[in-house]
Design a protein around this ligand. Structure first.
Ligand SMILES: Nc1ncnc2c1ncn2[C@@H]1O[C@H](COP(=O)(O)OP(=O)(O)O)[C@@H](O)[C@H]1O
Ligand SMILES: [Mg+2]
Length: 357
């Protein structure tokens, strides 16, 4: 007969599909009862994932039988705990109930499997490009572990105000309101948050910021599929996500993970964007595809996702970005900036976001 701890430990090996977190820490396991003739689990799938238990059952059975042999396993499925955070159980998965951010028309998430592929560069320039297309745009740096948008927008070291009601006032950088952990901690200080802290922080960033009226809020996600992504999935319904990849290694597994994560979060995947795809000569504008051509496009096709184009590897994108003047703002006529503008128009069409102008 296994102990309660052993059963709980075994269930901790079962990952929530699409995420790196397990079903115990996610709160799916409500109760475990051990008796002489059976093991009984009470499981509550979160709102919007009605088939979760059916999908996980084989793995759960396998893990438990590895511990308890032939002792029968009874799985009782109950409705998710009715917290505001998870929405009502009756909400449609992509519900527009209390899963919106007040005043924000659309939420667009920028994700990628790995760090260093250019998620933050893309999120920042895309936000500026959407603003240049006439949308009231905000940028939320949801990478609470490694915030970089303050650096990219040249507001490193700046601090933000809090209203008497303790609501966060976004900082305006290059004309767009933004919020980042970088406004609250010293840059380059390693930020180590445990799961519950992350959840609290992300909630704060989602529901306690004075954005005012926005047509679109761009989210810069941390790499991978961890606590931030999970909290976002529970807290808000996002209107679209794009996956950034680089052509160096055709990162099929990474992109597939990103895609699965968005599916699990009920976020429509708008497509794959290839970043740092080729070198554009600053003098003659000729593009050299250093890593071969068409990687991102093939990848998108293989996953039946739209290909959103490629952003060239441009010294100016990196250098300017690191100097705090994103290329869309500093060199609006450069090839890379024009591609960001095109991308912005594409995404506006996908999200049916007309310009306010
Ligand atoms: N298209 C590009 N051309 C040149 N450098 C780039 C480009 N995109 C990103 N970079 C650089 O690559 C590094 C990682 O980019 P970043 O946006 O921080 O990635 P992530 O958010 O995915 O970790 C940064 O130094 C950035 O300036
Ligand atoms: Mg980043």
């Amino acid at each position: 007969m296994p102990t309660l701890d052993e059963v709980r430990e075994a269930l901790r090996q079962v990952k929530f599909p699409g995420f790196s977190r397990d079903i115990v820490s996610f709160g799916v396991v409500q109760d475990i009862t051990l008796s002489a003739d059976r093991i009984r689990l009470v499981l509550a799938p979160p709102a919007g994932t009605p088939d979760l238990i059916a999908r996980l059952r084989p793995e759960i059975e396998e893990r438990i039988s590895a511990l308890a042999g032939r002792l029968p396993l009874e799985i009782v499925e109950v409705a998710p705990p009715a917290t505001k955070a998870q929405g009502r159980a009756t909400d449609p998965p992509h519900g527009h109930g209390d899963t919106r951010i007040a005043g924000v028309r659309a939420i667009l998430a920028v994700a990628g499997g790995k760090g260093g592929v250019g998620k933050s560069t893309v999120a920042t320039n895309l936000a500026l490009a959407l603003a240049a297309e006439g949308l009231r745009t905000g940028l939320l740096d949801a990478d609470v572990y490694g915030p970089s948008t303050t650096l990219l927008l040249g507001v490193e070291g700046a601090h933000t105000r809090v209203t008497p009601e303790k609501r966060i006032v976004p900082l305006v950088a290059h004309g767009i309101p933004m919020v980042s952990m970088g406004l609250f901690v010293e840059q380059k200080q390693a930020v180590i948050w445990r799961g519950p802290m992350v959840t609290k922080l992300v909630r704060e960033f989602l529901h306690n910021v004075e954005w005012g009226e926005l047509d679109v809020l761009v989210l810069d996600l941390p790499p991978g599929t961890g606590d931030v992504q999970l909290t976002l999935a529970q807290q808000v319904s996002m209107d679209g996500g794009l996956i950034v990849t680089t052509p160096q290694e055709v990162a099929l597994a990474d992109v597939r993970r990103g895609m699965r994560m968005f599916e699990q979060m009920h976020v429509p995947v708008l497509g794959v964007l290839e970043n740092m795809s080729g070198y554009v000569c600053p003098h003659c504008s000729h593009e050299t595809l250093i890593f071969g051509s068409g990687g991102g496009q093939r990848l998108a096709a293989e996953l039946s996702l739209p290909f959103l184009g490629s952003i060239p590897l441009l010294p100016a994108v990196g250098a300017r970005g690191d100097e705090g003047t994103p290329i869309v703002a500093s060199e609006p006529q450069s090839p890379a900036a024009l591609r960001f503008r095109e991308l912005a128009r594409d995404l506006m069409r996908s999200l049916a976001l007309g310009s306010a102008a």
